[in-house]
Design a protein around this ligand. Structure first.
Ligand SMILES: [Fe+2]
Ligand SMILES: [Fe+2]
Length: 474
């Protein structure tokens, strides 16, 4: 199999002149396509989808729109432009020139970081593979597929690093990224949230709002890396991540808008009546929010972590916006406040800033997430509805860290097992909630039409008109 490199694989990494990389990709690329056929969007092979494709990193190059059959999508390899004289900006190597090759002593940790990030990309495609069958509109179907092909490209970005910088074990890891499967009992994806199901579109919007935002924070931390190729590839990935979070935020917002309209038109806030009208009651939206928020914040890892400290001190993974922060960027003498459990009370305690870097990134993430919940509440407020959505307490429903297994209510009270059993159905989606939401799902394929439980978007993709045919079926 030969590949015309610049045509088929748009890139700015001199793929045409790099024989080693070509050989690695010639082996991997057909396996990637097999994986896409098996695990990518179900039944979509012949659809022509109005997608954007990145063909260069210039401002006019990363958003080229046109109809594409997804298996023919041109997954490219892009690094953000190099910064002249870039340095390692934190940790024990602070001030040294940024590394252009992998430093031997940090090789194992860097590979581990890249594999963990890379594994999430195909995982989300697997989680979302059935959703095209129940898309509430062509506009939404197109957005789903855009997210899917770009997660595929993010996988390529990480595989590029493995192939280019890690030799044989890098190639083996790149194969393994195509072998693990989301939710598989024997060979699951690495991180918990990426083995959960994304069974319906409310889950999809919550996932792209909350879990793709975890992606943003991880990518931001990696974009600070002293390993320059990792920094540059993650910086370019962030341009795509922004659209994924937009799909989530605007999706949830449109669901809320439709529900609030129905509440006003029918003068009711009774969840059962609203369900009978075919819209999703705000209480159910809150339970979905609680679930996705709590599962996602587990992705940041344990609140006290020697790995996190090591990754930072080694210059591999920084804090959010590291270079904009004040201080010495070494953190040896700094502390950070984390939450702890004392009896049945949640208390703050001051610990080493280095070992609590996961918690710090989680806190940055939480602040950002809450801002969007505030924007959802504006929609509710505008309709004159009294309900407000809230982020649950960060100790709620945790499976990782100090609060794993501790029962905490969404408002932050430590509970007995009996109290939890009595109330958790009010706080997390129940089987009935999921069955109800599932009952609303059904594919709408007429241009400009939307399922009854969601409002249309305010503007089209790439400013296309309201009745634009975002997907053509063949
Ligand atoms: Fe991604
Ligand atoms: Fe994403």
């Amino acid at each position: 199999m030969t590949i015309n490199y610049s045509e088929k694989i748009p890139n700015n990494v001199n793929l045409a002149g790099d024989k080693t990389l070509q050989r690695a990709l010639e082996h991997w690329q057909p396996n990637f396509l097999h994986w896409w056929t098996d695990m990518g969007p179900e039944g979509s092979t012949n659809f022509e989808v109005y997608l954007r494709t990145a063909v260069s990193v210039e401002p006019d190059g990363w958003a080229n729109f046109g109809y594409v059959k997804m298996p023919e999508y041109r997954w490219g390899i892009f690094l953000a432009p190099a910064e002249a004289d870039r340095r390692v900006n934190f940790g024990e190597h602070k001030g040294e020139p940024a590394w252009q090759e992998v430093p031997g002593e940090h090789r194992a940790n860097l590979r581990r970081i890249i594999v963990a990030q890379g594994d999430t990309e195909p995982a989300s495609v697997e989680q979302q593979r059935h959703l095209g069958l129940t898309a509430p509109s062509l506009y939404d179907m197109r957005n789903l597929f855009q997210v899917n092909v770009e997660e595929g490209r993010h996988l390529w970005a990480m595989v590029y690093l493995l192939h280019r910088y890690f030799g044989r074990d890098g190639r083996e890891e790149a194969e393994a990224l195509l072998e693990r499967r989301s939710g598989d009992a024997d060979n699951p994806r690495i991180l918990g949230a990426f083995n959960e199901k994304t069974p319906d579109w409310l889950s999809f919007y919550m996932f792209t709002y909350f879990t793709d935002r975890d992606g943003k924070y991880q990518l931001c931390a990696l974009s600070e890396s002293g390993f320059d190729p990792l920094s540059r590839t993650t910086r370019f990935m962030l341009t795509e991540e922004a659209h994924h979070m937009f799909v989530g935020e605007s999706g949830v917002s449109r669901v809320i808008q439709r529900t609030c309209q129905a509440m006003k038109e029918n003068d009711t806030n009774d969840p059962a009546k609203l369900r009978a009208l075919g819209v999703i009651d705000l209480e159910t939206i809150q339970r979905y929010l609680n679930f996705h928020f709590s599962v996602t914040i587990d992705l940041f890892g344990a609140d006290q972590s020697s790995n996190a400290a090591n990754f930072f001190s080694a210059g591999l993974k920084g804090r959010f916006e590291e270079t904009k922060l004040s201080g010495d960027h070494v953190l040896k003498n700094d502390s950070y406040k984390i939450l702890d459990l004392e009896g049945d009370k949640l208390v703050e305690k001051e610990v080493s800033a280095l070992t609590s870097l996961n918690e710090r990134l989680r806190d940055d993430y939480i602040r950002d997430s809450i801002a969007g919940i505030g924007r959802w509440n504006k929609v509710i407020e505008k309709h004159g509805v009294a309900f407000r959505l809230r982020a649950p307490h960060k100790a709620f429903n945790r499976k990782i860290g100090t609060f794993a297994g501790v029962r905490v209510s969404p408002d932050g009270h430590v509970l007995s097992e009996a109290e939890w059993t009595h109330q958790h159905r009010n706080w997390l989606p129940t089987e009935e909630d999921r069955a109800f939401v599932a009952s609303l799902m059904g594919r709408v394929i007429e241009s400009g039409k939307y399922a009854g439980w969601i409002a249309p978007p305010t503007v089209g993709i790439n400013r296309q008109p309201a009745n634009f045919e975002y997907v053509r079926f063949n």
